[in-house]
Write a protein that binds this ligand. Sequence first.
Ligand code: 13P
Length: 252
Amino acid sequence: MRKKIVAGNWKMNTLPAEGVELAKGVVAGRGEVCSCVNFIVCPPFTHLAMVAEALKGSDVALGAQNCAAEAKGAYTGEVAASMIAALGCKYVILGHSERRQYYGETSATLNKKMEQAYANNLTPIYCVGENLEEREAGKHFDVVKAQIEEVVYNLTEEQFRNLVIAYEPVWAIGTGKTATADQAQEIHAYIRKVLADKFGAAAAECPILYGGSCKPSNAAEIFAKEDVDGGLIGGAALKAEDFLAIGKGFAK
Ligand code: 13P
């Protein structure tokens, strides 16, 4: 049985006090959703300590949206994996398309970030996904394959067993456009095959999340697919009620 996960990527939204309220709302309503669903919230760095406090005593986990490629030192403005781990993070989102696109993150950088995450007992939520041009040219399979081969293939099997993948088609992020459930299943199954080519049977245990305009009205249909193990949620994670309602989308 693979883990079912609903993770909220708050991106650069909410002020710290609003983030605390949001986290408290998730904790308060969490009991209405199956305990089989693992909820994760990923606020901005500035909110982590306060949100950690708000999550205390609940089973809602904390994640960060990024970490530095280096362990420590003279890297002005960066935040080390050890720092976020010390604040109570269990997860870190790495390789989000916004980081690849706006901050020039390459596979070389991501390999170093993955190493830092594992060195600090964080579970990476590694994002892959194609842009619109690549989808229209039918290159989406090749794009996600390369993103996996260049980074995930460098992991040990032990590290791989502690990894979450998020498939996020760039054309569906924040656009209101969602991949259809069939499109999601097709590429999730492909991703699992690419993982199995390297890691064998362990690939069957790896949670693969869908991300891209996932909301209460479409989550159930997408999550019902065999190889979809949950979602990485942007906009809809900013309202506790919507975020929790997405978790109710698990019928299996
Ligand atoms: P939206 O849910 O706002 O489309 O964002 C998805 C995403 O990028 C999550 O990481």
